[in-house]
Design a protein around this ligand. Structure first.
Ligand code: 2BA
Length: 113
């Protein structure tokens, strides 16, 4: 019986098509979810990959290769003194985007019925 892992990978939308294509080419099964980051409040992509343990490092390496980390200026909300309750302005902040945030879980059971 195969030991399987679940990789939950949060990636940038612009990296997702290329990444899914490469994963599929390499024989991985992928589910792609449209998600939203809590900080930037912008769309990102969450991929679910159920992989055999022995292929897990291959999948992680592919994700690392395709998803490049880069800096981005964005605006963050800020409440200033004198503004009415619920009113916000924004200020520019530099954030690192790209790369991938991965959670790796052990799969207790993998069933297709
Ligand atoms: P967001 O929450 O939109 O965050 C986008 C990027 O903004 C983050 O990149 C990080 O560089 C920056 N950032 C996030 N929170 C911040 C804060 N409080 N102050 C300053 N900068 C902040 P990543 O760390 O690469 O995360 C990319 C996306 O991955 C996140 O989008 C979120 O959707 C997800 N994510 C990251 N860590 C997570 C976690 N521990 N649990 C669940 N989702 C996570």
């Amino acid at each position: 019986m195969f030991i399987m892992k679940l990789i939950i990978a949060i990636v940038q939308d612009e990296d997702s098509s290329k990444l899914v294509s490469k994963l599929m080419q390499d024989g991985f099964s992928v589910t792609k979810l449209a998600t939203t980051g809590g900080f930037l409040k912008a769309g990102n992509t969450t991929l679910l990959l159920g992989v055999e343990e022995e292929r897990m490092q291959d999948a992680i390496h592919l994700i690392e290769t395709v998803c490049k980390s880069r800096k981005q200026i964005t605006s963050a909300p800020a409440a200033l003194a004198g503004m009415a309750h619920g009113e916000y302005t924004t200020y520019p902040v530099e954030v690192t985007v790209g790369g991938a945030t991965m959670f790796i879980l052990s799969i207790e059971q993998f069933l297709k019925v």
